[in-house]
Design a protein around this ligand. Structure first.
Ligand code: SF4
Ligand code: SF4
Length: 135
């Protein structure tokens, strides 16, 4: 780089704010169609299993506790999800959605990627989330 160009760049930097953002202190609004973490509405789920069947990444497991009383648990393996939204399209009950706001999904521990969803009344503490890829 020529010395003159360097001086020009330095002068420009001195009077302009940097282009970079102060993340995570300043966070931009997310795009309207951003696909973040998968959420599950347990109340409307009928346990059909279509989401599990259609997920190309084996990122969802459904545990049927009692189909008559609609008691299910859904295990979501975030570390396998590609955010393709196939499960959202497949669910006829519109139970699944990809959050627009929950996109800061990095974690230090593998366990944090295995998410267990259930209605409070369905809690079964002895059932553990496992990654199907590790089975
Ligand atoms: S968004 Fe795609 S990869 Fe993620 S759980 Fe749904 S179907 Fe599977
Ligand atoms: S496709 Fe929808 S209704 Fe069927 S098991 Fe999955 S979340 Fe429940």
């Amino acid at each position: 780089m020529k010395f003159g160009t360097l001086l020009q760049d330095l002068a420009r930097s001195a009077v302009h704010n940097p282009i970079t953002e102060k993340y995570p202190f300043e966070v931009r609004a997310t795009p309207a169609r951003l696909r973040g973490r998968l959420n599950w509405d347990a109340e409307n789920c009928i346990g059909c299993g279509l989401c599990v069947k259609d997920c190309p990444s084996q990122a969802i497991e459904l545990i049927v506790i009692d189909k008559k009383t609609k008691q299910f648990q859904l295990f979501y393996h975030l570390n396998r999800c590609t955010f393709c939204a196939q499960c959202v399209y497949s669910c006829r009950q519109e139970c699944l959605s990809l959050s627009r706001d929950e996109w800061e999904l990095a974690a230090l521990n593998q366990e944090d990627f295995h998410i267990q969803y259930e209605r409070e009344v369905d809690e079964v503490p002895c059932v553990a989330a496992t990654d199907p890829a590790e089975a």
